[in-house]
Design a protein around this ligand. Structure first.
Ligand code: SF4
Ligand code: SF4
Length: 500
């Protein structure tokens, strides 16, 4: 017998005085943690299989279950920590790369928490959003150098724009990485609130074409599900070059997740791995990117803005400048905290830079070059709440994408095992029995509620600053102050220290 060195991460505790052997936990756990021992008439738990998704704890009718960290700790060591040792055990046993899901759990600074917002006092009085109109409407796309008015109307035709009622969109998440019920929830919520969801690289399921007016269709390196009707279905097209959770590498959807519907939508054979290459095989320069941008514009009659999504990396400002000059209407930048369904652990945790620095650098560079009006900036990568959104807008973003926060609204409990396909909450899975657990009516309500709640809070924060339109906050870094930051960090962010 080969010795398995892995120790369980969690311990499942069952209060046998409360447990009624109803076996709900056994039926609810796709990881097969719970089982019933008929001889002993007892419920058993295999702790090693538990990923701490909370499903059994929340559905147990008698509140008999709790999960806690396994007490078997390694001796404290600053270098050879428990997780480092366990990772080596795992690789020594499998010979494979370590996979993980969602955004990095490394303790990188979240710079939003080191940035504080201003509020009006006495002069420039604050505005009460309950009594006075506040404008959150946002337009994404290329803006003209100047507006010429003739007979009270715009003299020239505006380039195509995306119109958002709140400056928040649902980030790219493909059908395949998440379930159809999860995407349907986001599509319905986007329509209700007046914003957009994004297909990711998985194509657009036929049932979602009716949400085309609230959809951004993605063209990624694998070109899965890309055809003329698809391009025409969305309100905008996004070329995915990179993403924050895996900069520089492609994607991989295992064959087990490629069932009939995913295979039809992606236009690949059922049961085959969907591997998107690291680069686009027709893009090796900014000129090549420009060709693809204009090929997509040509294919859609110049009626849709084209976005280019990149990961936040060291020279992001120069890359963004090239993308703007290549004719993109929107640049989407995904920071190191961005989530995903599956990514190599090492890439997720070691590649890229925080979105706060990337945003500040890109906005400053495009302004310095006089081309900021040519593109809108959308950022993502760990946006957690409405104040992150407001700080992002003040730092220079036009809007944000939310991915993990949207999935949490649907019921994700951040167990970080999306890559396994066994999401007990019906989100990151294609198992029909698990998918059913997410009711798209309820999912849509919850996702829409989240956006509405953040919208209310954004209005409160704006009102507190004496600002009645989001447009007036965009890039207004005077509304920000840094706390606990070095001189260098303040310089990169382009903000003053608290007290200055
Ligand atoms: S769901 Fe709760 S009550 Fe039912 S078997 Fe599991 S632990 Fe016992
Ligand atoms: S989507 Fe599902 S599998 Fe992924 S972290 Fe959330 S609960 Fe876990």
């Amino acid at each position: 017998m080969t010795l398995n060195f892995q120790t369980p991460d969690f311990i499942v505790e069952r209060d046998i005085k409360k447990c009624i052997n109803c076996r709900v936990c056994e039926r609810q756990c796709a990881n097969e943690v719970h089982s019933y021992d008929a001889e002993e008439d007892l419920m058993m738990a295999d702790d090693a299989k538990c990923v701490n998704c909370h499903r059994c704890v929340l559905l147990c009718p008698t509140r008999a279950l709790s999960i806690r960290r396994h007490p078997l700790e390694f001796r404290e060591h600053p270098v050879w920590t428990g997780s480092t040792i366990k990772e080596i055990y795992k690789q020594a046993a499998t010979g494979g790369i370590l996979l993980t899901g969602m955004g990095t759990d490394k303790n990188f600074p979240v710079y939003w928490d080191n940035i504080l917002l201003n509020a009006s006092q006495v002069t420039n009085p604050s505005i009460d959003p309950l009594r006075e109109p506040m404008e959150l409407k946002t337009f994404l796309g290329r803006k003209p150098e100047q507006l010429n008015i003739k007979d009270g109307r715009l003299a020239e035709k505006m380039p195509p724009q995306l119109e958002l009622e709140v400056p928040i969109m649902f980030a790219a998440m493909s059908f395949g990485s998440i379930s159809l019920n999860a995407i349907t929830s986001l599509a319905r919520a986007a329509k209700e609130v007046g914003t957009y969801f994004n297909t990711g690289e998985g194509g657009l399921h036929k049932s979602l074409y009716e949400f085309g007016d609230n959809c951004i269709v993605q063209v990624a390196s694998g070109r899965f599900g890309v055809h003329p009707e698809y391009l025409k279905a969305g309100k905008a097209i996004e070329i995915k070059v990179g993403q924050g959770a895996k900069p520089g590498i492609g994607g991989h959807l295992p064959g087990e997740k490629v069932g009939k519907q995913v295979s039809e939508t992606r236009m690949i054979p059922e049961g085959t791995d969907a591997i998107s290459p690291a680069p686009h095989h027709d893009i090796y320069s900014i000129e090549d990117l420009r060709q693809l941008i204009f090929a997509l514009k040509e294919a859609t009659n110049y009626e849709k803005p084209v976005s280019v999504k990149i990961a936040a990396v060291h020279n992001v400002a120069a890359i963004a400048s090239g993308i703007a000059r290549a004719g993109a209407d929107i640049i989407a930048i995904d920071g190191i905290r961005g989530g995903t369904g599956a990514t190599p652990l090492r890439t997720r945790d070691s590649v890229g830079i925080p979105i706060e620095f990337a945003l500040a650098a890109v906005d400053s560079r495009l302004r310095a070059e006089g081309i900021r009006n040519q593109v809108s900036i959308v950022i993502s990568g760990g946006i957690r709440n409405s104040s992150d959104v407001v700080k992002a807008i003040a730092l220079g973003a036009d809007a944000v994408y939310i991915g993990s926060a949207a999935l949490i609204a649907l019921g994700c409990h951040m167990c970080q095992t999306c890559y396994s396909g066994k999401c007990n909450w019906g989100i990151a899975t294609q198992n029909p029995n698990l998918v059913k657990r997410l009711n798209p009516d309820i999912g849509a309500r919850r996702a829409a509620n989240l956006l509405k709640a953040w919208g209310h809070e954004i209005k409160e924060l704006l009102g507190g600053m004496g600002i009645n339109a989001l447009e007036s906050l965009r890039g207004n870094r005077l509304m920000l102050r840094g706390i606990g930051l070095t001189e260098k960090e303040l310089n990169i962010l382009g903000i003053k220290a608290a007290g200055e």
